[in-house]
Design a protein around this ligand. Structure first.
Ligand SMILES: [Zn+2]
Length: 305
């Protein structure tokens, strides 16, 4: 009988011990992704998302942000390196633009066994109906949707800093709201029929729709595409017929074709627009707000000639 009581007590002790243990284990899983030893590793596919992530998390401790595609590099054709694969594998959160933009990064991400939360920031954006066009950030109101989505994901992953993220996000959204109004004002100073701009690749459809500017380019949505001789000839005729002066380089795309078009139409290139990547620090477009301002000022200056 005593042996039975002893056995029974041991069983109760073991069950209680296991319950206590599993309670502890579950609790440790419930806490935020951040601990004293572990920083929150945020990986963004390209520089504009990196800028937003930095602004939203500003002032939070234990944050590490990496952009896979560096400044002045082309996300359409970027081939990730083994170092990028390590960053994606170790990431807690990966932010992507989506819409077929950063194909190399997405391919690499699929080949890793990352446990990261993967967030596609364009998921709430109203997209172009006729083509899969990823350049949605050139409408500042779309960029605001990016910021809201990123703030939501960051706050869920790191609830301890959610208040700070919300505060930073509100400030950034106010700045973007002001920027959107400023762009409208600047573009409205140009007579409507004169608002025709030639760029290297079709990266500014969302800008054109939002702010009422017509963009034309010899190359399509991706910088990988080749222009056909017919399209180039038609564009050259259009520029001549309409006496268009606003012909621009882009920071990433190969300049040869647009230089040829400018020379055949006796145009001088009116500067460089930043389409798909920010400039390095110290350049004219090191963050999103300065990129939009630079592009608008460059366009308006050329259209006022
Ligand atoms: Zn592009």
């Amino acid at each position: 009988m005593r042996k039975l009581i002893l056995l029974f007590s041991i069983i109760i002790f073991l069950v209680a011990g296991y319950k206590l243990y599993s309670h502890f284990v579950n609790k440790t899983h419930e806490v935020s992704l951040i601990t004293e030893q572990h920083s929150l590793k945020i990986v963004t596919s390209f520089t504009i998302l990196c800028d937003f992530a930095e602004k939203i998390t500003h002032g939070a401790p234990h944050i590490k942000i990496t952009s896979i595609v560096p400044p002045e590099a082309d996300p359409h054709v970027y081939q990730p390196t083994p170092l990028d694969a390590t960053a994606l594998t170790k990431a807690d959160i990966v932010f992507l633009n989506g819409l077929n933009f950063e194909k190399g990064v997405e391919r690499m991400l699929k080949s890793t066994d990352t446990k990261a939360i993967i967030s596609t920031v364009t998921q709430n954006v109203k997209t172009r109906p006729d083509l899969t066009d990823p350049h949605t950030w050139h409408n500042v109101q779309n960029a605001m949707l990016y910021v809201k989505e990123m703030t939501h994901v960051l706050s869920e992953a790191d609830p301890g800093n959610a208040k700070l993220y919300q505060k930073n996000s509100d400030l950034l959204l106010k700045e973007l709201e002001k920027l959107d109004l400023w762009v409208r004002n600047e573009i409205n100073k140009i007579p409507e029929k004169e608002r025709i701009v030639i760029t290297t690749h079709d990266a500014f459809w969302y800008f054109g729709q939002a702010y009422d500017v017509k963009f034309m380019s010899p190359i399509g949505i991706s910088t990988e595409a080749e222009a056909s001789a017919q399209d180039v000839a038609a564009l050259i005729n259009f520029i001549r017929d309409h006496k268009i002066k606003a012909v621009f380089l882009e920071n990433l795309a190969n300049p040869r074709l647009i230089e040829q078009i400018a020379s055949e139409t006796e145009n001088i290139l009116q500067g460089t627009l930043y389409a798909d990547s920010l400039s390095a620090p110290g350049g004219p477009a090191p963050d999103y707000v300065s990129m939009i301002k630079h592009n608008v000022q460059t366009i308006c200056k050329a259209l006022s000639l």
